[in-house]
Design a protein. Structure first.
Length: 243
Protein backbone atom coordinates (compact mmCIF):
# COMPACT_ATOMS: atom_id res chain seq x y z
CA UNK A 1 0.00 0.00 0.00
CA UNK A 2 1.20 3.51 -0.79
CA UNK A 3 1.51 6.38 1.61
CA UNK A 4 -0.43 9.61 1.96
CA UNK A 5 1.57 12.83 1.89
CA UNK A 6 -0.39 15.69 3.51
CA UNK A 7 1.28 19.00 2.58
CA UNK A 8 0.80 22.45 4.08
CA UNK A 9 0.24 25.63 2.09
CA UNK A 10 2.38 25.56 -1.07
CA UNK A 11 1.33 28.97 -2.42
CA UNK A 12 3.13 28.67 -5.72
CA UNK A 13 6.45 27.56 -4.22
CA UNK A 14 7.11 24.86 -6.81
CA UNK A 15 10.83 24.43 -6.09
CA UNK A 16 10.18 23.83 -2.40
CA UNK A 17 7.41 21.37 -3.26
CA UNK A 18 9.79 19.41 -5.48
CA UNK A 19 12.40 19.42 -2.70
CA UNK A 20 9.83 18.23 -0.17
CA UNK A 21 8.70 15.37 -2.39
CA UNK A 22 12.30 14.34 -2.88
CA UNK A 23 12.93 14.44 0.87
CA UNK A 24 9.81 12.34 1.46
CA UNK A 25 10.84 9.88 -1.28
CA UNK A 26 7.49 10.42 -2.96
CA UNK A 27 6.55 7.68 -5.41
CA UNK A 28 3.85 8.96 -7.80
CA UNK A 29 2.99 5.42 -8.82
CA UNK A 30 2.14 4.39 -5.26
CA UNK A 31 1.81 7.40 -2.95
CA UNK A 32 -1.00 9.96 -2.75
CA UNK A 33 -0.17 13.66 -2.69
CA UNK A 34 -2.80 15.54 -0.66
CA UNK A 35 -2.15 19.30 -0.28
CA UNK A 36 -4.22 21.31 2.20
CA UNK A 37 -5.19 24.21 -0.04
CA UNK A 38 -3.64 27.52 -1.05
CA UNK A 39 -1.86 25.76 -3.85
CA UNK A 40 -1.09 29.16 -5.39
CA UNK A 41 -0.98 32.75 -4.24
CA UNK A 42 1.96 35.08 -3.54
CA UNK A 43 4.60 32.50 -4.46
CA UNK A 44 6.83 32.69 -7.55
CA UNK A 45 5.47 29.92 -9.76
CA UNK A 46 1.71 29.46 -9.67
CA UNK A 47 1.64 28.04 -13.18
CA UNK A 48 4.42 25.52 -12.61
CA UNK A 49 2.92 24.46 -9.29
CA UNK A 50 -0.50 23.66 -10.73
CA UNK A 51 1.01 21.86 -13.71
CA UNK A 52 3.11 19.72 -11.39
CA UNK A 53 0.17 18.91 -9.11
CA UNK A 54 -1.97 17.86 -12.07
CA UNK A 55 0.88 15.75 -13.45
CA UNK A 56 1.30 13.99 -10.11
CA UNK A 57 -2.43 13.32 -9.66
CA UNK A 58 -2.63 15.40 -6.49
CA UNK A 59 -5.78 15.32 -4.36
CA UNK A 60 -5.99 18.76 -2.71
CA UNK A 61 -8.68 20.67 -0.89
CA UNK A 62 -9.44 24.26 -1.85
CA UNK A 63 -8.03 27.23 0.05
CA UNK A 64 -8.91 30.92 0.05
CA UNK A 65 -6.16 31.80 -2.45
CA UNK A 66 -7.39 29.05 -4.75
CA UNK A 67 -10.89 30.53 -4.63
CA UNK A 68 -9.48 33.98 -5.38
CA UNK A 69 -7.63 32.55 -8.39
CA UNK A 70 -10.74 30.82 -9.71
CA UNK A 71 -12.74 34.03 -9.34
CA UNK A 72 -10.04 36.07 -11.06
CA UNK A 73 -9.99 33.60 -13.95
CA UNK A 74 -13.79 33.84 -14.18
CA UNK A 75 -13.65 37.64 -14.25
CA UNK A 76 -15.57 38.16 -11.01
CA UNK A 77 -12.51 39.21 -8.95
CA UNK A 78 -9.65 41.46 -9.96
CA UNK A 79 -6.22 39.88 -9.42
CA UNK A 80 -3.73 41.86 -7.36
CA UNK A 81 -0.04 42.17 -8.27
CA UNK A 82 0.81 40.47 -4.96
CA UNK A 83 -1.16 37.37 -6.02
CA UNK A 84 1.48 36.60 -8.66
CA UNK A 85 -0.96 34.68 -10.83
CA UNK A 86 -0.75 36.75 -14.03
CA UNK A 87 1.37 34.10 -15.76
CA UNK A 88 -1.11 31.42 -14.81
CA UNK A 89 -4.08 33.41 -16.06
CA UNK A 90 -2.31 34.11 -19.37
CA UNK A 91 -1.18 30.52 -19.98
CA UNK A 92 -2.50 28.52 -22.92
CA UNK A 93 -3.62 25.78 -20.55
CA UNK A 94 -5.22 28.11 -18.01
CA UNK A 95 -8.75 26.90 -18.76
CA UNK A 96 -7.76 23.27 -18.24
CA UNK A 97 -5.95 24.09 -15.01
CA UNK A 98 -8.91 26.08 -13.72
CA UNK A 99 -11.28 23.23 -14.58
CA UNK A 100 -9.07 20.89 -12.56
CA UNK A 101 -8.87 23.33 -9.66
CA UNK A 102 -12.60 23.98 -9.65
CA UNK A 103 -13.28 20.23 -9.44
CA UNK A 104 -11.44 19.92 -6.12
CA UNK A 105 -13.48 19.71 -2.90
CA UNK A 106 -13.45 21.85 0.23
CA UNK A 107 -13.26 18.77 2.46
CA UNK A 108 -11.79 15.33 1.96
CA UNK A 109 -12.56 12.40 4.21
CA UNK A 110 -10.13 9.60 4.81
CA UNK A 111 -10.96 6.72 7.17
CA UNK A 112 -8.85 8.35 9.89
CA UNK A 113 -8.41 11.99 8.83
CA UNK A 114 -10.51 14.92 7.68
CA UNK A 115 -8.74 17.41 5.41
CA UNK A 116 -9.83 21.08 5.20
CA UNK A 117 -7.92 24.25 4.41
CA UNK A 118 -8.78 26.51 7.37
CA UNK A 119 -11.32 24.79 9.62
CA UNK A 120 -14.84 23.56 10.31
CA UNK A 121 -17.83 25.16 11.97
CA UNK A 122 -18.41 23.52 15.39
CA UNK A 123 -22.06 22.82 14.55
CA UNK A 124 -21.48 21.22 11.17
CA UNK A 125 -22.17 17.55 10.73
CA UNK A 126 -21.32 15.85 7.44
CA UNK A 127 -19.30 18.86 6.25
CA UNK A 128 -18.34 17.13 3.02
CA UNK A 129 -22.04 16.99 2.11
CA UNK A 130 -22.74 20.55 3.28
CA UNK A 131 -19.94 21.91 1.10
CA UNK A 132 -20.26 19.59 -1.89
CA UNK A 133 -22.70 21.78 -3.80
CA UNK A 134 -21.08 25.12 -2.98
CA UNK A 135 -19.79 26.82 -6.13
CA UNK A 136 -16.17 27.87 -5.49
CA UNK A 137 -16.50 30.78 -7.92
CA UNK A 138 -19.37 32.36 -5.96
CA UNK A 139 -19.14 33.88 -2.49
CA UNK A 140 -20.79 31.65 0.11
CA UNK A 141 -20.62 31.74 3.92
CA UNK A 142 -19.85 28.02 4.16
CA UNK A 143 -16.87 28.15 1.81
CA UNK A 144 -15.68 31.37 3.46
CA UNK A 145 -15.70 29.68 6.86
CA UNK A 146 -13.95 26.52 5.63
CA UNK A 147 -11.19 28.47 3.90
CA UNK A 148 -10.66 31.42 6.26
CA UNK A 149 -11.58 30.66 9.88
CA UNK A 150 -8.96 30.79 12.60
CA UNK A 151 -10.90 31.74 15.73
CA UNK A 152 -14.55 31.13 16.48
CA UNK A 153 -16.96 30.70 19.39
CA UNK A 154 -18.53 27.39 20.45
CA UNK A 155 -21.50 28.38 18.26
CA UNK A 156 -19.33 29.08 15.25
CA UNK A 157 -19.40 32.89 15.41
CA UNK A 158 -16.24 34.51 14.13
CA UNK A 159 -14.70 37.61 15.72
CA UNK A 160 -14.91 40.95 13.98
CA UNK A 161 -11.78 42.27 12.35
CA UNK A 162 -8.51 40.62 11.42
CA UNK A 163 -8.22 37.12 12.88
CA UNK A 164 -4.45 37.19 12.33
CA UNK A 165 -4.04 40.05 14.81
CA UNK A 166 -4.01 39.61 18.58
CA UNK A 167 -6.10 36.65 19.80
CA UNK A 168 -9.69 37.70 20.46
CA UNK A 169 -11.09 37.38 23.99
CA UNK A 170 -13.44 34.59 25.11
CA UNK A 171 -15.70 33.06 23.99
CA UNK A 172 -13.44 32.95 20.93
CA UNK A 173 -10.73 30.30 20.66
CA UNK A 174 -8.89 28.49 17.87
CA UNK A 175 -11.55 26.68 15.86
CA UNK A 176 -9.98 23.26 16.49
CA UNK A 177 -10.57 23.74 20.23
CA UNK A 178 -14.20 22.91 19.48
CA UNK A 179 -13.51 20.13 16.97
CA UNK A 180 -14.62 16.72 18.27
CA UNK A 181 -13.36 13.77 16.22
CA UNK A 182 -16.16 11.62 17.67
CA UNK A 183 -18.67 13.74 15.73
CA UNK A 184 -16.74 13.09 12.51
CA UNK A 185 -16.23 9.35 12.53
CA UNK A 186 -13.20 9.54 14.82
CA UNK A 187 -11.23 11.49 12.21
CA UNK A 188 -8.42 13.80 13.21
CA UNK A 189 -8.64 17.14 11.38
CA UNK A 190 -5.71 18.24 9.21
CA UNK A 191 -5.57 21.86 8.08
CA UNK A 192 -3.36 24.68 6.79
CA UNK A 193 -3.98 28.44 6.50
CA UNK A 194 -2.53 29.53 9.85
CA UNK A 195 1.12 30.32 9.21
CA UNK A 196 1.38 32.60 12.25
CA UNK A 197 0.58 29.66 14.51
CA UNK A 198 2.93 27.33 12.65
CA UNK A 199 2.92 23.60 13.25
CA UNK A 200 -0.05 22.46 15.33
CA UNK A 201 0.08 18.94 16.75
CA UNK A 202 -2.94 18.35 18.96
CA UNK A 203 -4.73 15.05 19.59
CA UNK A 204 -7.76 16.18 17.60
CA UNK A 205 -6.08 18.35 14.95
CA UNK A 206 -2.92 18.78 12.95
CA UNK A 207 -1.94 22.11 11.33
CA UNK A 208 0.72 22.08 8.62
CA UNK A 209 1.05 25.67 7.38
CA UNK A 210 4.60 26.56 8.38
CA UNK A 211 4.92 29.68 6.23
CA UNK A 212 6.95 28.55 3.22
CA UNK A 213 5.95 31.59 1.17
CA UNK A 214 7.14 33.84 4.02
CA UNK A 215 10.60 32.24 3.99
CA UNK A 216 10.14 29.55 6.63
CA UNK A 217 9.39 25.91 5.77
CA UNK A 218 7.16 23.66 3.69
CA UNK A 219 5.93 20.79 5.85
CA UNK A 220 4.31 17.41 5.20
CA UNK A 221 2.86 14.73 7.45
CA UNK A 222 3.06 11.08 6.42
CA UNK A 223 0.54 9.23 8.57
CA UNK A 224 1.65 5.76 7.51
CA UNK A 225 5.10 6.54 8.93
CA UNK A 226 3.89 8.88 11.67
CA UNK A 227 6.50 11.48 10.80
CA UNK A 228 6.84 15.05 9.61
CA UNK A 229 9.03 16.02 6.68
CA UNK A 230 10.01 19.67 6.17
CA UNK A 231 12.27 21.59 3.83
CA UNK A 232 13.39 25.21 4.19
CA UNK A 233 12.11 27.88 1.86
CA UNK A 234 14.59 28.94 -0.80
CA UNK A 235 13.89 32.52 0.22
CA UNK A 236 11.06 34.74 1.44
CA UNK A 237 8.75 35.12 -1.52
CA UNK A 238 6.35 37.61 0.09
CA UNK A 239 5.85 39.68 3.21
CA UNK A 240 3.54 38.21 5.87
CA UNK A 241 -0.09 39.34 5.93
CA UNK A 242 -3.39 38.31 7.45
CA UNK A 243 -4.53 35.78 4.84
Amino acid sequence: MGRRIFVGDIQGCREELEALLEAARFDPSADRLMPLGDLVGRGPDALGTLRLLVELGAEPVLGNHDLHTLRAAAGVRRPRPSDRIDGLLAADDCDELMDWLKAQPFVRLEPDYLLVHAGLHPKWTNPEVRLALVDPVAEHPHSTFATRVRYCSPNGERPDGDESAAPPPPPFAPWYTFYDPAQHGGRRAVFGHWSQRGLVDEPQALGLDTGCVWGRELTAWIPEERRFVAVPARRAHASPSGD
